[in-house]
Design a binder for this molecule. Structure first.
Ligand SMILES: Nc1nc2c(ncn2[C@@H]2O[C@H](COP(=O)(O)OP(=O)(O)O)[C@@H](O)[C@H]2O)c(=O)[nH]1
Ligand SMILES: [Mg+2]
Length: 297
């Protein structure tokens, strides 16, 4: 399941204005001694994960499907530009038949063994109006698999961002409300205290993958608020990569035993002890009964 490191051809497909902004951002990373960045992309199926990977690379590297379910395995795409390596890992959706797909999560974890994740893109849609319990369960499952710390290195990505908000809401207000709702679900699903969550706020990136996305005079794809979203998203990604929090190394310990399992193990001697006392007490009571019973025969 290796990946081929290739020259980043798609980079030259971006408009000149985008290219120069990206060059600046990668120079910032290099200044900080970072010459390799690995981005993990996760979320439900059909939200636009694979499309976002393609948009970020400017190449059609992973399959996008409108109606079918996606592939079952994660895919890592590596691109090299002027000595800087960008790895992006696309993954299958985390929901199957209305439930969290723990098997997919397990596969992703195994695929990531010995890799260091610098940024997690948690992808959902901007043009959805509800979050439900399933969303919370997905966040819980990610947290159980990788630990709470993964949220320190994450960015919420909302796709389908070229939309006309309902009920006279202005675009930025709508985006703010939708972001708030998903972020609250992340906080609750990951069981992060409100204050801790606010201290290390998860940034939000808006994405419009459609070929019909509007463009500015520099030929850059823009959102309804005029923002050229590809350089903005890369800026947010670089911000997370350099936020001073530890990147996530997926080692054997993480893959073979989730932290919650380890936590449970300390109660095993206690449970065995209580069981032993209970058995002793029952035996004593039975003996007493036998003695009593004998007296009345
Ligand atoms: N209009 C619009 N369609 C999108 C966007 N992102 C993805 N899609 C479409 O949504 C469908 C599922 O996308 P895909 O990238 O395969 O989602 P994944 O299952 O999360 O990898 C495809 O038909 C895409 O063309 C977006 O930002 N805007
Ligand atoms: Mg996909």
């Amino acid at each position: 399941m290796g990946s081929i490191l290739r020259d980043w051809q798609g980079f030259h497909q971006f408009p000149a204005a985008t290219q120069s902004k990206l060059v600046e951002l990668f120079a910032k990373l290099k200044e900080e001694g970072v010459n390799k960045m690995t981005i993990l992309v996760m979320g439900k199926g059909g939200v636009g994960k694979s499309s976002t990977v393609n948009s970020l690379l400017g190449e059609r590297v992973v399959n996008v499907s409108s109606f079918q379910s996606e592939g079952f395995r994660p895919v890592m795409v590596s691109r090299d530009r002027a000595g800087f390596t960008l790895n992006i890992i696309d993954t299958p959706g985390l929901v199957e038949g209305g439930y969290v797909n723990y098997q997919a999560l397990e596969l992703i974890k195994r695929f990531l063994l010995n890799k260091t994740i610098n940024v997690l893109l948690y992808v959902d849609r901007l043009d959805a109006y509800r979050v439900d319990d399933l969303d919370k369960q997905i966040i819980s499952a990610i947290t159980d698999s990788f630990g709470k710390e993964i949220w320190n290195k994450s960015l919420l990505v909302l796709t389908h961002a070229q939309l006309c908000p309902p009920d006279d809401l202005i675009y930025d207000v709508f985006c703010g409300r939708r972001s708030e709702a998903v972020l609250k679900t992340i906080r609750m699903g990951a069981q992060i205290r409100k204050r801790d969550f606010e201290d290390s706020a998860i940034p939000v990136g808006l994405v419009e993958n459609s070929g019909r996305c509007n463009k500015n005079e520099n030929d850059e794809k823009i959102l309804p608020n005029g923002d050229a979203w590809i350089p903005s998203l890369v800026k947010e990604i670089v911000g997370v990569a350099t936020n001073g929090k530890k990147s996530l190394l997926v080692d054997e310990k993480l893959v073979n035993g989730s932290e919650s399992n380890d936590r449970g193990k300390i109660f095993i001697p206690l449970i065995l002890g209580v069981q032993w006392l209970l058995v002793k007490w029952i035996q004593r009571e039975i003996k007493k009964d036998i003695v009593k019973g004998g007296k009345y025969i």
